[in-house]
Design a protein around this ligand. Structure first.
Ligand code: R5P
Length: 293
């Protein structure tokens, strides 16, 4: 059955990069706002009987969610045989528990909404921490791909004698695999979050034995930049050179990149979210994860 990649606005480059690998056609979707700011969505390519892969990275999800749901409906209404969400960045996974009385279960609620309009989901390095598998909250077939091998290979080519450092214990899953691909040792720090923009860090293992290596901080997400900036200061205080930083998802809140650049030797990211720091493409990871052509 012919497949069609359908990019939401802003996802055309990723759709084309995937198509260059899979040979799939890339369709066109019209998305505009009515004067009252509601979304208007129309599929302009014939999707009848086709498997539609809707390409939509979901940073700033609140402003994208309605258009996304309408796009799924538009494709289905026009006769698509299957409508799958390809989200290089999948949001709303960090508020995965009710940490305080009265809080919303954001991860579960967002997953329910997405599951109600799509037939499947593919993403890259979702923030799975207390939720162990996407299938624990998503009711549709889902796949969590990883860019760790690409990141590790990228580091391996550019940094001599690296030490891969995950800034917190949940980053172990990325640090371990990135380090293997880079052929480098790794460690993690322990993070206690004191607020949206305040964290406390401590070493988990013995950092002294790695002094002299070039630290490379690796994390899945940078948002306010607090975690990585604090980790960079922590490593400097422990006697290391300014670290390089490599993240999968360059969410970057206002001013975060400037603050992080002041504390680090360099900042790089994958292109799951379009950002000036993008250095590593996940198009190949997605193309392979989507199952070829
Ligand atoms: C959560 O633990 C994630 O892995 C990141 O470390 C965190 O979301 C980064 O957020 P921020 O840049 O605001 O510290």
């Amino acid at each position: 059955m012919a497949r069609l990649l359908l990019p939401m606005p802003g996802n055309e480059a990723m759709a084309n990069a995937i198509a260059a690998r899979t040979g799939d056609a890339v369709g066109v979707l019209e998305h505009r706002r009515f004067p009252d700011n509601e979304s208007y969505v129309r599929v302009l390519t014939d999707v009848k009987g086709r498997e539609v892969e809707l390409i939509a990275t979901l940073a700033n999800p609140d402003e994208k969610l309605v258009g996304l749901c309408l796009a799924a409906d538009a494709a289905r209404g026009a006769g698509a045989a299957r409508v799958r969400l390809i989200a290089p960045y999948l949001p709303y996974l960090r508020q995965d528990a009710r940490f305080n009385q009265g809080e919303a279960l954001a991860a579960q609620t967002f997953a329910s909404l997405v599951s109600s309009v799509f037939d499947g989901l593919i993403t890259v390095d979702p923030h799975l921490h207390r939720i162990k598998r996407l299938g624990d909250v998503y009711a549709i077939p889902s796949a969590a791909l990883t860019a760790s091998d690409e990141i590790g290979a990228w580091i391996g080519k550019r940094v001599a004698t690296p030490l891969i450092v995950g800034p917190d214990e949940e980053s172990l899953q990325w640090a371990e695999r990135v380090a293997a691909a880079a052929g480098a040792p790794y460690t993690t720090l322990r993070k206690t979050r004191l607020g949206d923009r305040e964290v406390r860090l401590e070493a988990v293992g013995d950092l002294k034995q790695s002094l002299g290596r070039q630290p490379v901080l690796v994390d899945d997400i940078v948002s306010s930049g607090t975690t990585l900036s604090s980790a960079a200061r922590f490593l400097r205080a422990a006697g290391f050179a300014k670290p390089h930083c490599v993240v999968v998802h360059a969410v970057f809140a206002e001013g975060a990149l400037r603050r992080l650049e002041a504390e680090t030797a360099s900042v790089a990211s994958t292109d799951t979210i379009l950002h000036p720091t993008n250095e590593i493409s996940v198009a190949g990871v997605l193309a392979a994860g989507m199952g070829g052509g």
